[in-house]
Design a protein around this ligand. Structure first.
Ligand code: GDP
Ligand code: ZN
Length: 292
């Protein structure tokens, strides 16, 4: 009996990473009779080894989950790391904010990493810092290509399971490759079975080091908004929190109402204009959405 973590599931097979032993190819025979739950990537499980030489086993138990993400489907995720480039490509703030709303909706703490620091001048860096200063997320800057700022990134991932997200071209692969270098050497490539450009249709987890996992989550670029009312969106912008209840109208959504304290704060530059504009944009989208 060993405890491990499901790092990938393909066609009825589950790949279970067991610390210091490697990755076992498992089936989940009999488990559904005992426990009426569907396995997820990220699940901590008990396996029995059936063939130790070939690392084949059977999952006998799914351990209790600390969290369950819907998008992407994964268990026991502690936080999200969303990666954008400061420049090249220019950050799409609307996409980033959409992502932050989605993660907040799922109660997941988020770290924003602005990569390609080497390509940006100080004013560009200050600009993004300023926009996201009060968004409630930790902000990091790095250059994956120059290997700058990466120890801070590693630090923040330590002891946690983190989902990685971001549009393409921002340096996600470069960063992942850097972070997994060590684990690849230590485990002789077993933690990276099937890694490649064309295998990322399913979520997959990689062991960075003991108890530290990163989850590659494909399909994050065309992020939808969570199923919330437009009137609730304001709660997903931490910048607005201290103005709640201070507008002329009760339940002010800070859009068209007169004497709105949020709008005043935007005028005064206390709330960042870019964040407010993105709020309006997402508000509009939620308002127009047909709800079923
Ligand atoms: P992904 O699509 O997000 O996985 O991005 P990649 O890791 O494939 O990187 C996209 C391009 O950006 C590649 O040409 C990388 O060499 C380059 N790149 C990645 N990180 C950096 C960085 O920190 N600085 C610079 N200048 N280029 C980078
Ligand atoms: Zn208001």
């Amino acid at each position: 009996m060993n405890q491990g973590k499901i790092i990938k599931g393909i066609a009825g097979f589950y790949y279970v990473h067991v610390d210091s032993l490697g990755v076992y190819e498992c089936k989940a025979k009999g488990i559904f009779r005992k426990q009426d739950i569907k396995t997820l990537v990220g699940d901590n499980v008990i396996i029995e080894g059936l063939d130790e030489d070939n690392r084949i086993g059977n999952i006998t138990e799914i351990l209790p989950r600390t969290s369950e993400l819907i998008r992407p489907a994964a268990a026991n995720v502690d936080q999200a790391l969303v990666i954008f480039a400061i420049t090249n490509p220019e950050p799409n703030f609307n996409l980033l904010d959409r992502f932050l709303v989605m993660m907040d909706y799922q109660n997941l703490p988020t770290v924003i990493l602005f990569n390609k620091e080497d390509l940006a001048d100080d004013s560009e860096k200050e600009r993004v810092k300023n926009i996201y200063r009060d968004c409630g997320c930790t902000l990091l800057f790095a250059s994956a290509a120059r290997e700058q700022g990466l120890s801070e990134v590693r630090e923040i991932l330590m002891g946690k399971t983190t989902i990685l997200a971001g549009p393409s071209g921002v340096g996600k692969s470069s960063l992942t490759n850097y972070l997994l270098q060590k684990s690849t050497m230590e485990t002789g490539d077993v933690s990276r079975i099937g890694r490649g450009r064309h295998t990322t249709r399913h979520s997959e987890i990689f062991c960075m080091e003991k108890d530290s996992y990163i989850c590659d989550s494909p399909g994050f670029t065309s992020l939808m908004l969570p199923d919330i009312e437009a009137g609730e969106l304001r709660y997903y912008y931490p910048e607005f929190a201290r103005y709640e209840g201070k507008c002329r109208f009760n339940g002010c959504v800070h859009v068209n109402e007169p004497d709105c304290s949020v709008k005043s704060a935007v005028e005064e530059g206390i709330i960042c204009r870019e964040r407010y504009d993105s709020y309006l944009c997402l508000y509009d989208e939620l308002k127009r959405k047909v709800r079923f």
